[in-house]
Design a binder for this molecule. Structure first.
Ligand SMILES: [Zn+2]
Length: 388
């Protein structure tokens, strides 16, 4: 008989306007000198100014750190650690998309440890080097509905020397509290709404397809995909639709909860391409997903029937799911090829090799070789989508 060793997420408050009580939530979480980590674009917005002034009015001094790239680097984390230590902060408010939240979680993990960042790369028992008592508390406030980093125990950080994204992991690096406030996502532009929403979908779909035994995750993955199928097109077309934004925030959070079971070849390739070409993670997943599904087809047919039934697709099977996915992509104006975002196939061999060694490759339903990854990548560059 198989067995499970499962973890489940953290405290989540999902309510319109819940960030207005951020100062109270900080104190309740034991944070009295927070460092607010966000990206440089958000740092210039009224949203961030309001959050900082709200905390200051409640006598909670907040400092800002925003030197973060969209594919965050080790240097970004090191700079954040310096701010955290120099400012004698005791906790972090992580505000933004996956990049900000990933950097915030990595800073919180490493800032007070005796070992540097790359010593916590997710392999062997590296995480045991950390003193869990010294991990700073994090309150995560996502401003997109996609990555789900707010409920993850890992950060994806780019090693600039190796041009490779690495997973930094500790079982206790998940934020202590997550605030899902749909108001913060109202102004997300349509193309980012689409890309981040498709990232959430790719989390659920890949989690469902992996063979890891985790029925609870499977159920959460299915329900998050049902919510995404209803509300992603609405959020894309009507950005100010608060209900659609709320549903998408919850679906993204659920999708990330589901993918603690693992993701797969879509993410193995998108991590690789994100590190080399600096393209948006969600957009890469959105383009790659059908090509990976078609390569996985023989091993996921039963799951595609289950998914098709749950989404109430006509004649639910692999083909129905593929047709639904392609039509959703068209509705969201996602390009069909990587060529459309200026990626060519010259580096296919190297990309295949890096993708095959990406940690996400391990949970794909089929163990693809480097050559097979190179072929999937080349198909996605050219738009060659073959399945029967
Ligand atoms: Zn992702």
């Amino acid at each position: 008989m198989t067995y499970g060793h499962w973890h489940y997420p953290t405290e989540i408050i999902a309510r319109e306007g819940c960030t207005n009580k951020l100062a109270d939530y900080c104190r309740n979480t034991g944070i009295h000198r927070p460092l607010l980590i966000t990206d440089h674009e958000l740092a210039e917005t009224k949203m961030v100014r309001n959050i900082i002034s709200g905390c200051c009015e409640a006598d909670l001094p907040v400092e800002l750190f925003s030197h973060i790239q969209s594919n965050p680097t080790g240097a970004n984390v090191e700079a954040g650690i310096k701010h955290f230590v120099d400012g004698r902060h005791d906790g972090i408010i992580a505000l933004g998309g996956g990049s900000s939240i990933d950097v915030a979680k990595a800073v919180a993990l490493v800032a007070r440890q005796a070992f540097p960042l790359w010593d916590f790369v997710h392999q062997d028992e590296n995480w045991q080097k950390a003193d869990p008592e010294q991990i700073a508390p994090v309150i995560a406030i996502p401003t997109t509905a996609g990555t789900g980093s707010e409920v993850g125990r890992a950060s994806i950080i780019k090693d600039e020397l190796e041009h490779k994204k690495k997973i930094i992991y500790h079982p206790k690096m998940m934020p202590k509290l997550v605030l899902l406030d749909p108001i913060l996502t109202l102004d997300l532009p349509p193309e980012l709404t689409a890309a981040t929403g498709m990232d959430a979908l790719s989390h659920s779909l890949e989690a469902l397809c992996t063979h890891t035994f985790h029925p609870m995750s499977d159920a959460i993955a299915l329900e998050s995909m049902r919510i995404i199928s209803h509300y992603l097109p609405v959020a894309y077309m009507e950005g100010q639709n608060l209900n659609a934004r709320f549903e998408m925030q919850i679906a993204a959070c659920m999708a990330a909860t589901a993918f603690q079971k693992g993701v797969g070849a879509t993410h193995a390739l998108s991590h690789t391409l994100g590190a080399i070409y600096d393209k948006h993670h969600g957009l890469l997943n959105a383009i790659l997903l059908p090509y990976v599904l078609s390569a996985n087809k023989d091993h996921i047919n039963e799951k595609m029937i289950r998914m098709g039934r749950y989404l109430a697709l006509p004649r639910p099977d692999f083909h129905a799911v593929m047709a639904w996915l392609l039509s959703l992509r068209t509705e969201l104006n996602i390009p069909h090829t990587l060529a459309a975002i200026d990626i060519d196939s010259k580096e296919a061999e190297r990309i295949g090799e890096i993708a095959a060694s990406d940690p996400s490759a391990a949970s794909n339903p089929i163990h693809f070789t480097a050559e097979q990854y190179a072929e999937i990548f080349t198909n996605a560059v050219k738009g060659t989508l073959i399945y029967q």
